[in-house]
Design a binder for this molecule. Structure first.
Ligand SMILES: [Zn+2]
Length: 335
């Protein structure tokens, strides 16, 4: 039986050479990365290592971004109940190994804001990761933003000038009036907080971005990471409405560096095509070899940059300078 390996395939290497080698700058800041650990965040993939810390991340990101210098903002996450503290401690220990790396504290709606403030400082982290899985709403996929990111945490993020990464939910994402209301309210009321809408505003269906993003124009403290999103139009909508200084590259590694396939916009929604689905031999013209999700995402970003007629310096902003400014890397490095 073929051994499941944690490594890229020839199709991944060829894809990068053909599609991405001339597009991706030498220096990359990955604004959306994760670790895995069997005690608090087991990997859902047999192709990923059971325990994935800083070293495994560097190996994995080398398949999506070969020969590039990469630093990252890691988003702590636990999907085992009661293990948030462990996830946060582990994240802090991993990022301490690289002075250019940053980390977000995984905060829940029940957390005391003063405790969160102290813990983020004690662990030398730089902001918050919030996620619907901790909401008490049923189903959590339809949770309102305050159900998993209560206003008292936004207030602390504002006071401490933190970044917050928000993977919004609800079927129509940024086209949903409740999501729009809360993003506007939080950004205007808490200007010290830097809010990053993950996955290009979770615009896996770009029609939602085209419909909703115009309503968020002018919010100075609003940013986007394009991680795990393979729909070029989702990124292009951000570039058209907000310009290239508000979009950040994000890999969603380790998962997006070990899984093959991509998300595809369909009707008013989207679905994920994984390499385990029995669809890859159904094309009559050719047997298909799906590449790593993170490579598809990078190509979709390239297409969006081309369509928006970006300059090389704009692309360098997306891949490094925007994150460096947001995370105040220069200040921290020279201090
Ligand atoms: Zn993620």
């Amino acid at each position: 039986m073929e051994k499941k390996t944690y490594s890229p395939l020839a199709c991944d290497v060829e894809f990068f050479e053909r599609e991405l080698e001339s597009f991706v700058p030498d220096r990359v800041y990955d604004a959306h990365a994760h670790f895995h650990h069997p005690d608090f965040c087991p990997s859902a993939l047999s192709t990923a290592p059971a325990t994935a810390g800083y070293e495994e991340y560097q190996e994995c990101i080398g398949w999506l971004l070969p020969r590039r210098n990469v630093a990252a903002l890691f988003l702590a996450y636990a999907d085992i109940e009661g293990k948030n503290a462990q996830a946060n401690e582990w994240t802090a220990a991993q990022i301490a190994r690289d002075p250019l790396c940053r980390g977000e504290y995984f905060a829940g709606p029940q957390d005391d804001p003063e405790f969160v403030r102290q813990e983020v400082k004690r662990l030398k982290l730089h902001g918050l990761k919030v996620y619907h899985s901790l909401a008490t709403t049923t189903p959590t996929w339809e949770a309102n933003i305050p159900d998993y990111f209560p206003e008292r945490l936004a207030k602390v993020a504002h006071e401490e000038q933190w970044v917050v990464t928000l993977h919004m939910v609800k079927h129509r994402a940024v086209a949903d009036p409740d999501n729009l209301h809360w993003i506007r309210h939080y950004c205007r009321t808490y200007p010290g907080m830097k809010l990053i809408l993950a996955h290009s505003a979770r615009g896996f269906q770009p029609a939602h971005n085209l419909e909703g993003l115009a309503e968020l124009k002018g919010l100075e403290n609003l940013y986007f990471d394009m991680s795990a999103n393979s729909e070029a139009m989702a990124h292009l909508a951000i570039l058209r409405y907000f310009g290239p200084q508000k979009l950040l590259y994000g890999s969603d590694a380790i998962l997006a560096g070990c899984a093959r396939g991509r998300c595809v916009a369909v009707a008013d929604s989207f679905l994920w095509l994984h390499d385990t689905m029995p669809i890859w031999n159904s094309a009559r013209h050719k047997a298909l070899s799906p590449v790593l999700v993170g490579l598809e995402d990078l190509r979709s970003l390239k297409w969006a940059c081309w369509a928006a007629k970006l300059k090389d310096s704009d692309v360098e902003d997306i891949f490094w300078n925007n994150a460096a400014r947001l995370l105040r890397l220069q200040v921290c490095v020279s201090a």
